[in-house]
Design a protein around this ligand. Structure first.
Ligand code: PEP
Ligand code: MG
Length: 605
């Protein structure tokens, strides 16, 4: 049979790794619903048929939720709570029932009309979070329609091995339906990095590319598909020479997946004996396993907002949070866990917040500002962290600090919570270190003043680059200007290293840059000895550190400080570093691309 033509599609890599497999095209269950009138006396029967479909849908979702909990953990199953809650929403149910009774329409039509309005309202808000909720509504409608039609469904078996799931969308609840052992990757036309499906794909280490425009018509079940989550590329029916090119990376990724014996949790050491500790950044409990197996010396940044995103309505209670933090502490023992307090705002608004749309969200009510405005919420989080500290080493990192007052106010809340708990005879540890995220330029300028108020500093380079260069980190129009090698960033980083050293404050780099050797070498050379990064990046960075000497890194960093542009720094590093180490640095080159090259891949923040 002649080889089908190769087609290459560019999308957004949302979960790293390269994988080859067989396409399983997910067809939408969408049905065509026509406006059917019922006879007056049949309206009640129609209502009963609808209520039976609602009950059946709820039962199915409960089953799915339990299966999802077993497979990928409780934090992901909350998404199904949102679906179940929608099926219990009195307002929605009464609207549907009343249109069946008064307009004498079929249950299917009533469901579609009522939910259409809701979905359109979500989509019109032009907000990532609400767009996702719009998809939740679609999912519920499909389930209701399926159950109204009495159609048999959810029979995925028998699935072929090495599946690449391709489709327009993939609801996270589907992770409970597929045989995960057979799934190798995902390629979707829609989706985004913050969607639950992307989050779960990352924590399951399934390479995934989303936003692959207009590719579904070029792929059918059974096609061979190469998913490159690193480059954000999907190749349908790859030609032999492309496969040959990809072989090494495919094998390397498989080797990483096979690696079962956990790496030792010990620091990295340079050739001349400088000790560098590497911790993990995590968002989900599921990633704790990766943090441990990749040898992380604790969690340097737990992005606690993900706990809040996982809640369909309201906020995680003190008990919910305590359970999570205690688990993190116990898993990481004897290493510490840094809980970054809620860092939401801007485009990241959990369901529980009722915030007005802000004209300039990344400079609006976000991070510590939001916590200080919602003190009860902040106090609840602090209580959970303080209580959890009894079980494991907890630290508190305050996000988006831009002034000394913010630290005073936050510490006042921490102190009040501590005193209240002590009055209630709750056992607590003597001290829980409090640190400031350094990610706003004003924090760098007044670093001496801020440092005196906290126990440690945590440099968030993702935001520091965004705010120093006034370049939105999520806007593709300016992504070529997002330059961590910009002299202003290097000089800020040097200043932070020097001030923290002079004041004896522990400092760690938590932004993505530490996980790229071209930056790591500069950071080591500037005197940083603590990093926190994506767990899966740790082994390679540890190996890189073991292959350089501190003295050569320092010499390199000193020379870089004299350069005038990000381009000059990049050229200098790409020229010098490969001569210093025997490690293949090509995978890291795309992240330090030329500032003039708008077409090359952007720095991933
Ligand atoms: C940062 O800004 O570098 C950081 C670590 O925090 P986040 O990426 O969550 O904003
Ligand atoms: Mg940040």
């Amino acid at each position: 049979m002649p080889q089908k033509p190769e087609r290459v599609f560019q999308g957004t890599g949302v979960s790293a790794g390269v994988v080859l497999g067989t396409a399983l095209k997910l067809e939408s269950h969408k049905q065509l619903v026509l406006k059917v009138h019922t006879l007056g006396h049949m309206a009640e029967e129609e209502v009963q048929r609808f209520l039976r479909a609602v009950d059946l849908s709820k039962t199915q979702l409960e089953v799915l939720k339990r299966r999802l909990e077993d497979k990928v953990g409780r934090e992901h199953s909350y998404i199904l709570d949102a679906h179940i809650l929608m099926l219990e929403d009195h307002g929605l149910l009464s609207e549907i029932i009343s249109s069946m009774r008064t307009a004498h329409v079929s249950a299917e039509w009533a469901v579609c009309r009522a939910t259409d309005r809701l979905r359109q309202a979500c989509e019109s808000l032009n907000d990532e979070y609400f767009r996702e909720r719009g998809r939740d509504i679609e999912n519920i409608v499909e389930r209701l329609l399926m159950n109204l039609s009495g159609e048999a469904h959810e029979s995925w078996a028998p699935l072929p091995e090495d599946l690449i799931l391709v489709g327009r969308d993939f609801d996270p609840s589907n992770f409970a339906l597929v045989e995960l052992e057979k799934v190798r990757g995902l390629a979707l036309e829609s989706g985004s990095r913050t969607a639950h499906t992307a989050i779960i794909a990352r924590s399951l280490r399934l390479p995934a590319v989303f936003e692959v425009r207009d590719f579904l018509s070029s792929v059918t079940t059974g096609d061979t598909v190469l998913v490159d989550g690193d480059e954000g590329q999907v190749t349908v029916n790859p030609e032999p020479n492309r496969l040959a090119e990809a072989r090494q990376r495919l094998e390397a990724f498989q080797a990483v997946l096979r690696q079962s014996s956990p790496l030792p949790r010990s620091p990295a050491v340079t050739l001349d004996g400088v000790v560098i500790s590497i911790q993990a950044n995590t968002e989900l409990l599921h990633e704790v396993r990766a943090a441990k197996s990749c040898g992380a010396e604790g969690i340097g940044l737990f992005r606690s907002e993900f706990l809040f995103f996982a809640h369909p309505r309201g906020f995680p209670s003190m008990a919910d949070q305590l359970e999570t933090y205690e688990m993190l502490g116990a898993e990481m023992h004897p290493y510490p866990v840094t809980i970054r307090t809620l860092d939401v705002g801007g485009d990241k608004i959990p369901a529980g917040f009722d915030l007005p749309k802000q004209p300039n969200p990344s400079m609006g009510l976000r991070g510590i500002r939001l916590s200080l405005k919602n003190r009860d919420l902040f106090a609840t989080q602090i209580e959970a962290i303080l209580r959890a500290s009894l079980r494991g080493g907890m630290e508190i990192a305050l996000p988006m600090i831009s002034s000394v007052e913010e630290i005073w106010q936050a510490k006042e809340v921490i102190q009040q919570v501590r005193e209240r708990l002590l009055r209630a005879s709750v056992p607590l540890t003597a001290e829980v270190p409090v640190g400031a995220m350094i990610e706003v330029p004003s924090a760098v300028v007044i670093l001496e003043l801020l440092s005196r108020e906290v126990d440690f500093l945590c440099v968030g380079t993702n935001d520091l680059v965004q705010y120093t260069l006034a370049v939105d980190r999520v806007n593709p129009e300016v992504s070529h200007l997002f330059q961590p090698l910009h002299p202003s960033i290097l000089h800020s980083l040097r200043r932070i290293a020097e001030v923290s050293r002079a004041l004896g404050k522990s400092v760690r780099i938590c932004g993505e840059i530490a996980a790229n050797p071209f930056f790591t070498v500069l950071l080591v050379g500037l005197g940083y000895s603590r990093f926190s990064m994506n767990a899966y990046a740790i082994p390679a960075i540890r190996e890189f550190i073991a292959s350089i000497s501190f003295s050569s890194a320092r010499e390199l960093a000193e020379k870089a400080m004299f350069l005038r542009t990000a381009g000059e720094v990049r050229d200098f590093l790409t020229e010098t570093l490969p001569k210093l180490v025997k490690i293949d640095l090509t995978p890291y080159l795309k992240e330090i691309r030329s500032p003039d090259d708008r077409t090359s891949l952007s720095y991933v923040s």
